[in-house]
Design a binder for this molecule. Structure first.
Ligand code: C2E
Ligand code: MG
Ligand code: MG
Length: 759
């Protein structure tokens, strides 16, 4: 069972935990992924704007150097010198290029003539070898742009001449061109501008200008300026791409698109920084989530395990009897159905055996319910041990068990098994320091011979059990069709009894009870009589148990009481005793009914005696004893009948203050010459007397019995020797005769004879 609990608990736990884990992990990874993605996005945006800053700073610097160059290119003298038929190279070098070098740091310059010829080359270190064809080639697009802009700034006037009208009016800026190039691996900023007079006159013919190109190294102060303008840290010039994390770069290209290096800086990465800042918190959060998930997992596993365990327990409890642990009635039905189907297929016999513990009620009543429970458990365990392994035992109610035995070969086989069971049960059962001896009555029905449905087999096994009990206990019976007839005849009898009661076909006989001197009849016991229409006499030992079983006893009892009380007036001074079954006391208004009957018949309660047997002590509730107490307090006498016939516990005598103790006739008949029986009888008489009870001996049949009782001061006698039960008329006659004859004559047997017919 434990393994299956574990499995089902595990399945439930997995069904909850896995989806939960998936949801939690997906959420956690999604959040982390989203944060990284947004950090990266923010880093990219920041880098983009940093690149724009660098581009802007570079552009401003280029504009600035263009302006610095303006002083030497928009100059009438320079224009004149440059456009002279034989330009003075020394003048140009000194006044234009050297001036730019000294004042603004343009370390190199070159002047290109209108025909794309090099007019002058300058270097601050006098080394003019830096000029090369490839450099001219590199500069050509910029120079061409300047020349084109210059020429197109002249617009034809109506007079056919050209007038200078540059776009925006700013000559130098609109015409000049700036950019970057590399000289011997070093990056330079350059500015190219046309050499023009301060005031442009109207000209007849448009001619390309001379263009001055000035270079300034892109490092040192210039680079610092760009760095300051763009407010970026760690600004450096690098040769190829520095594609590293945390480094921002700006690509520098020549006019012809040649890679001349990169500007690199320490990029600010707000996303990465944010991540770095929140990473510890993320780690803590992840740890907390992991801990919570772990805790929830463990908790869920435990809860589901507990749930599965209690579910399994509930299922087990629903199918098993709590006390013995055996399958209960409902699960037994299912088991039996399966076994019967199986045996029908295999063609084998199956025995269904009803088992009832003999006198279990007495054990419960005398030793208490805890002892009763221990007996049930002991019997259950022994039944389990002794039946064949493939058989089953079930407890279906209080002291009733049912066994199913498969492959029942024949009656001998079954008898052998049941013998073993009876042997096993007959071993003493230890309850504390006591040893109890239990016995079983068993009734068996065998499938398919006696039936094939569970209900039919159980019913027939029950009939067989009833038969076993009826024939004395500690026996077993196998179902025979005649038993069913017997049950049917019982049904028939109960129907007839009901009718007899209704049609007033019952009668009462009265048996007198005298004092031991046989001088006086002190009371009469009313005994029910039933003679059927056909004249058959049904003895009370047959119809009273049936009336009790069917509940008819209530109506019958009231009828007897009514009749006896009504007749009592015929026998003044004589107490009428009426037998009352415990079932009658269960009627909630029994005491009121008795009092109403007494009142209706105008009989004082002292004239009525109620006879009960020790079975009134059975059962847990004290309702019967309470009713008896009320009757006694109202004046009705109460007698304990048949003392000595059943379990006869002396403790009963203490539990209720009976007025009368009637010693059973078996006891009296045992007495004859048997010293032990006599000793017991004497003790009972003395005990009863000590408790203040009137002692009546029943079943007096001989004069010796009377003498013995007289000797031991028994109070009263009842029995055939005095009189058999008589009908009412005969009783009246008897009473007259009895009182007329002397007691001594009677005792001597001198002709006294009970009058009237016996009933
Ligand atoms: P019980 O109350 O012990 O009644 C005494 C029984 O002993 C009567 O049997 C009576 O005829 C019989 N008896 C009396 N003297 C002698 C004797 O000297 N020798 C022998 N062998 N028998 C003697 P009965 O009338 O057959 O009644 C049997 C039982 O039926 C009664 O035993 C009583 O328990 C029950 N019973 C009878 N009438 C009623 C009734 O109206 N209500 C209830 N609840 N039970 C009744
Ligand atoms: Mg009686
Ligand atoms: Mg009796």
């Amino acid at each position: 069972m434990n393994k299956s609990i574990k499995n089902s608990g595990g399945h439930i736990a997995n069904a909850i935990i896995f989806p939960m884990l998936i949801v939690v992990l997906t959420s956690v990874f999604s959040i982390i992924g989203l944060m990284h993605w947004s950090a990266r996005l923010s880093d990219e945006t920041a880098e983009d704007s940093q690149q724009k800053l660098v581009a802007g700073a570079l552009q401003l610097t280029q504009n600035y150097i263009v302006k610095q160059q303006t002083g030497v290119v928009i100059w009438d003298e320079a224009y004149r010198e440059v456009n002279a038929a034989a330009p003075d190279e020394g003048w140009i070098s000194n006044n234009m290029m050297s001036w730019l070098s000294q004042n603004h740091g343009f370390t190199r310059s070159v002047l290109m003539g209108p025909d794309f010829n090099v007019l002058s080359v300058y270097s601050h270190d006098k080394n003019t070898r830096w000029m090369s064809d490839s450099l001219i080639e590199e500069l050509a697009p910029a120079i061409a742009k300047v020349r084109a802009r210059y020429i197109t700034s002249f617009h034809k006037t109506p007079s056919g001449l050209y007038s200078f009208m540059p776009p925006g009016g700013e000559t130098h800026l609109s015409i000049a061109e700036s950019g970057m190039l590399s000289l011997s691996g070093e990056p330079y900023l350059f500015t190219a501008a046309a050499v023009v007079p301060r005031i442009q006159s109207v000209i007849a013919e448009r001619r390309p200008p001379a263009v001055l190109v000035s270079l300034i190294p892109l490092r040192g102060q210039k680079l610092d300026n760009i760095s300051n303008m763009s407010r970026l840290e760690g600004f450096v010039l690098a040769e190829g791409q520095a594609d590293r994390n945390g480094v921002g770069t700006f690509q520098l290209d020549s006019p012809r698109g040649k890679d001349i290096g990169v500007i690199a800086w320490q990029a600010s990465q707000p996303g990465t920084q944010m991540l770095q800042r929140i990473n510890p918190f993320l780690a803590v959060a992840a740890f907390v989530i992991a801990a919570v998930v772990m805790a929830v997992t463990v908790f869920t596993r435990q809860m589901t395990k507990r749930l599965a365990r209690s579910e399994a327990k509930a299922v087990h409890a629903a199918r098993h009897d709590a006390l013995s642990g055996l399958p209960n009635r409902s699960s037994f039905q299912a088991l039996l159905t399966d076994i019967l189907e199986e045996s029908a297929q295999n063609g084998t016999n199956t025995a269904v055996v009803y088992v009832d513990l003999d006198h279990f009620k007495d054990i419960n009543d005398t030793l208490g319910h805890s002892a009763g429970d221990q007996v049930i458990v002991a019997v259950a365990n022994r039944l389990k041990q002794v039946i064949p392994v493939d058989g089953i035992v079930s407890r279906i109610s209080g002291d009733e068990f049912v066994m199913v035995l498969r492959n029942c070969e024949n009656d001998e086989w079954l008898e052998y098994i049941l013998d073993q069971i009876q042997d096993e049960i007959s071993r003493p059962i230890k309850i504390g320091r006591r040893e109890l001896f239990a016995s079983l009555s068993m009734g068996a029905a065998v499938a398919p011979k006696d039936g094939d449905s569970p209900d039919e087999l159980l019913r027939k096994a029950d009939i067989a059990l009833y038969d076993a009990k009826a024939n004395g206990r500690n026996r077993r019976s196998f179902f025979r069709p005649t038993m069913e007839q017997h049950v049917q005849s019982k049904d028939k009898m109960s129907r007839e009894l009901r009718l007899a009661l209704k049609n007033d076909e019952l009668d009462l006989a009265y048996q007198p009870q005298s004092d031991t001197d046989a001088k006086k009849i002190v009371s009469v016991e009313a005994l029910a009589r039933w003679t059927k229409e056909d004249g058959t006499v049904v003895p009370p030992s047959q119809f009273i148990p049936i009336a009790e079983e069917t509940g008819l006893i209530n109506d019958l009892g009231i009828w007897v009481l009514n009749k006896a009380c009504a007749r009592a007036h015929d026998w003044p001074g004589v107490v009428v005793s009426v037998n009352v079954s415990p079932n009658q006391f269960r009627h909630p208004r029994f005491v009121e009914k008795v009092m109403a009957i007494l009142a209706a018949n105008d009989l004082p309660p002292q004239r009525l005696e109620i006879e009960v047997t020790e079975s009134v002590f059975a059962g847990r509730d004290d309702s019967v004893l309470n009713a008896l107490r009320r009757l006694k307090s109202l004046g009705v006498k109460v007698a304990l009948d048949d003392f000595g016939s059943g379990y006869s516990s002396l403790s009963y005598l203490r539990r209720f203050p009976f007025d009368t103790l009637k010693i059973d006739r078996d006891f009296v008949s045992d007495m004859n010459g048997n010293p032990e029986a006599e000793a017991i009888l004497v003790s009972i008489i003395q005990l009863g007397k000590a408790l203040g009870m009137t002692i009546v001996a029943e079943g007096i049949e001989t004069i010796d019995q009377i003498r013995f009782l007289q000797e031991h001061d028994c109070h009263r006698m009842q029995g055939y020797f005095i009189s058999k039960p008589l009908n009412s008329k005969a009783l009246s006659q008897f009473l007259d005769d009895f009182h007329a004859v002397s007691a001594s004559e009677f005792v001597e047997g001198l002709g006294f004879k009970a009058g009237g017919s016996t009933a």
